[in-house]
Design a binder for this molecule. Sequence first.
Ligand SMILES: Nc1ncnc2c1ncn2[C@@H]1O[C@H](COP(=O)(O)OP(=O)(O)OP(=O)(O)O)[C@@H](O)[C@H]1O
Ligand code: SF4
Ligand SMILES: [Mg+2]
Length: 329
Amino acid sequence: MSDATLTVRNLATGFKMGGRVMNVVREVNLEVRKGEVLGLIGESGSGKTVTGMSILRLLPDNAVTEADTLDFLGTDLLSLSAERFREMRGTRLAMVFQDPVGAFNPSKKISWHLKQVFERAGTKSPEHAARAKNWRQASIKLLADVGIPHGANVMRQYPHQLSGGMLQRTLIALVLVFEPDLIVADEPTTNLDNIVERQILRLFRDLQKRLDCGFLYVTHDMTIAAMLCDRIAVMYAGSIVEIGPTKQIFSDPKHPYTQGLLASALALDTKTERLQEIPGELPNPGNLPPGCLFEPRCKFAKAECRAKPPAMTDVGGGRNVRCVLYGHG
Ligand SMILES: Nc1ncnc2c1ncn2[C@@H]1O[C@H](COP(=O)(O)OP(=O)(O)OP(=O)(O)O)[C@@H](O)[C@H]1O
Ligand code: SF4
Ligand SMILES: [Mg+2]
């Protein structure tokens, strides 16, 4: 039996603009397994957020999403009504975004938010109902679990009175009330300073292990991906170009784009002068190259790469690569 919490097959998303649909994400295939962190990485504009938002059905009305499969623990997300999807989102399927402020009602204290969530969860099971009755004590325990030892004080405060790190911890506590099966996080530590960022990353890792849930973690930061993720999917111009175990991807990147990303990260780390390891820019979604999307920037490009988009090739060790160097297109 598959241990996949989330299975995505052939996901494509575009935006209606001026009478046509501009495709920005295509042929996305991934699986988030129970108990693992799958990192979705790639440079700015590569389609990471659109992929996450497509899965969570959070894109604006001009978005068009299609997929062959969008399965969450046996539930076909594509066929769920808007209402049932909303019910699923925020309970078994949780999300944490870059800016926690937007998740809170600024005119309500933290205690109000916790009470609401515990009450909503209380309708799910007798165990949740018991916790909902004692929501204050349950909240204090939960806040302690996410690294807020003085929860009773925090509960008396308004969102704007908390630091970014405290607010993100509180949001994580709210998410955890439901003990979700899948957490999707999109750059949730970007606005935090380095020390708090490291603390929140450790917290994510600990909680994810404890809940044994699936975790899709979107980031452009290779150091974070290395720290947190069991497997990594590398995205370029809306497609996944390489996917596999983190260790192998870092020790032996196969796709020329992954090689460039790692070289750039290393150059930044060692403060060498090689600032632009990948020359050129992402292609315009309205004017994509006919073959491999990375071809205009690839130092290994050959005629074959321009003929048609390369297919994903299984290169063994749980790794797949979209490049003619590893198989035929
Ligand atoms: N609402 C929208 N309407 C039209 N195009 C959009 C919309 N949202 C995103 N896009 C386009 O989709 C592409 C992918 O954007 P996305 O936000 O997913 O990138 P990203 O990989 O998350 O980047 P970053 O690391 O900067 O967050 C970009 O070309 C972007 O301009
Ligand atoms: S298919 Fe060709 S152009 Fe694309 S990454 Fe591989 S070698 Fe480079
Ligand atoms: Mg993004």
